[in-house]
Design a binder for this molecule. Structure first.
Ligand code: HEC
Ligand code: HEC
Length: 222
């Protein structure tokens, strides 16, 4: 029977649980709101030169940290770290949002992106979108030709005939082969650090050899 004044641990637990759930909901909400806001700020900067200037300055500053892994100007020197140079800014912001709210799982990236302000996120996406990829002259091989044939079956529908992507889809031309291999295998698994329905459907037929060929082909595109 309920007696007021008596310590009731389950009531306390329920209350704590509810508060924690609310806090989580609030944090998740504000984090994804931040990435939506960053997209809006980026759009606004197209018609607001003063804002574009502010974002450019913030972006260049923030990129000094990113350069440690993503390379100077966003061309990565590490095979499993993606290039950010010449990537579509809207896609970059979408992925930063996914890291921040944990849909795309990487603890380091999550902590870093969560610590960035809305305008820093918008600025850094704008900065990388404006950089050129600084890659060596590509090497052609039978593996590259095999990847080209696989690409032409399907991938071009979303990523474009040259892999340059669009507002909605990632640029994958020139992307690091090791990173592409790892990413396609993750999508194919359909669970784990990176999940996407469209990409799960488009990778489930691929063998490891197909993935290796696709990665070689994409890395050879400029
Ligand atoms: C310590 C190394 C490190 C630093 C510093 C770093 N990143 Fe990353 N970043 C990674 C790795 C590794 C991945 C790939 C993660 C994965 O797919 O699991 C990644 C992925 C990304 C992606 C996804 C790219 C894509 O093609 O999907 C974005 C966007 C990104 N980082 C932005 C940034 C920004 C902006 C900064 C600086 C503020 C930054 N990163 C700093 C290691 C780093
Ligand atoms: C129906 C549209 C569609 C098709 C077809 C498609 N993709 Fe994708 N792809 C996407 C979307 C959407 C994403 C971003 C998903 C996310 O947020 O993780 C993506 C992401 C990727 C990425 C990660 C890019 C990065 O920078 O991390 C790679 C690599 C990729 N796709 C390669 C391919 C290849 C190779 C094929 C063909 C076998 C293909 N895609 C077919 C829609 C598509």
């Amino acid at each position: 029977m309920y007696q007021s004044g008596k310590f009731q641990p389950w009531v306390v637990l329920m209350r704590v649980g509810r508060v924690a759930a609310c806090a989580l909901w609030w944090v998740a909400g504000s984090v994804s709101a931040q990435s939506t806001d960053a997209q809006a700020r980026l759009k606004e900067s197209a018609t607001n030169p003063a804002l574009a200037q502010t974002l450019a300055t913030l972006g260049r500053k923030a990129a000094a940290v990113c350069a440690n892994c993503h390379g100077e100007g966003g061309t990565s020197a590490l095979p499993t770290v993606p290039n950010l140079a010449a990537q579509n800014p809207a896609y970059l912001l979408e992925q930063m949002g996914q890291f921040a709210d944990g849909r795309r799982k990487n603890e380091f990236m999550q902590g870093m992106i969560k610590a960035m302000k809305v305008d820093e996120r918008a600025g850094v996406a704008m900065y990388y979108g404006a950089q050129k990829l600084a890659l060596p002259v590509p090497v052609h091989s039978p593996l590259v030709d095999q990847g080209k044939a696989l690409y032409a079956r399907n991938c071009f529908r979303c990523h474009g005939t040259d892999g340059l992507g669009s507002e909605a889809f990632a640029r994958i031309a020139g992307q690091q082969a090791g990173y592409v291999t790892q990413t396609l295998k993750r999508y194919r698994t359909g669970s784990g650090p990176r999940v996407n329905e469209l990409m799960a459907a488009n990778t489930k037929q691929l063998s490891d050899g197909d993935i290796q060929a696709l990665a070689a082909y994409l890395a050879s595109l400029r």
